[in-house]
Design a protein around this ligand. Sequence first.
Ligand SMILES: Nc1nc2c(ncn2[C@@H]2O[C@H](COP(=O)(O)OP(=O)(O)O)[C@@H](O)[C@H]2O)c(=O)[nH]1
Ligand SMILES: [Mg+2]
Length: 360
Amino acid sequence: MQIGLIGLQGSGKTKLFNTLAGIEENPEQPRRNEAQIEVVKVPDERLDKLTEMFNPKKKVNATIEVYDFPGLQTGDDGKVRITSQFLQNVRNNDALFHVVRQFENPAVPHPLNRIDPLADIEFLETEFLLTDMEFLEKHKERLEKDIKKIKDDNLKRELPVIEKCAAHLEEEKPLRTLALTQDELKMLSGYQLLTLKPMAVAINFDESSIEKVDEIVNEIQTAVAERQIKVIPFFAEIEYEMSQLSEEDRAVFMEDYGIRESALSKILRTSYELLGLQSFFTVGEDECRAWTIKKNYTAQQAAGVIHTDFFNRFIRAEVVSYDDFVKYGSFASCKEAGVWRLEGKEYIVNDGDILNIRHN
Ligand SMILES: Nc1nc2c(ncn2[C@@H]2O[C@H](COP(=O)(O)OP(=O)(O)O)[C@@H](O)[C@H]2O)c(=O)[nH]1
Ligand SMILES: [Mg+2]
């Protein structure tokens, strides 16, 4: 899974990125303005508990790739430019986090000289909408020409889908709010349409506005709920300082500031929510490991995430839920209690299932 931090320059993306990745900033080094990627471990208390119970040689957390992209800047005309490089960057991500600025910092001017998160959100949403419209218009023309030239049923089937998307955008609605079938989504998947991407907004507050956080977040969430954008607050500067502390000191620090959940935890939780993801576990003396899958995955599909061979040679899955396992303490006790199950390939995996795949 791949998520990208995007937004205007100076909104706090790199600060957030460094916090998520646990990178220590070097004040001597000038800030770079290029894309960076870091593989971030997904913290998981259930995996920690299983590791404690099995004492394996290795613990392997699920991971997520986080991208920090260069911020959008104003050109000579004073307008912010969406560059082709930016669009290229954005297209490869599964979900986007638009970092917008609520903090005041005269030393770092906002590219449009305003502190107005909603206006910043509208700005990028409009740009995305226009980009998709333009793409679909051109694509439709091409499609219509091709349909005349070659008789291809797939092309013919695609045309009404493209038209439906274009009509939705005409109403100024992002494509993520359009009801599309699995089939239709598959047709569109190659085009990497921007407004089809799951989107969250992360509002960067400073310590002086901690009391206003709930009010501002509620207001903005209400304004963008219709567009299926999820809004989360965070505190780039404070949380960066925190990320450099020991775990104990961090807890005290969070308490002092009244921060209930770290930026990392919020970003991950939101990503799982937006993308419809969940975890399952594999356990043993060698390794305890968390895996990320889509919510409706079957046991066979989950097996395929571990290894393609497990998908191809799948026989059955041994299944115990995490809660049952912790309650009974071992596979033997789970069997005795009747909560250990053998499931076939169509079994829909639940969040927190412990799986052992039988294959030939
Ligand atoms: N006061 C304050 N400054 C911040 C905050 N977040 C970022 N900054 C500063 O704003 C500048 C730009 O931040 P950066 O993360 O590089 O922004 P980016 O362009 O979005 O990557 C840096 O000097 C940060 O220290 C914040 O929450 N409060
Ligand atoms: Mg940056």
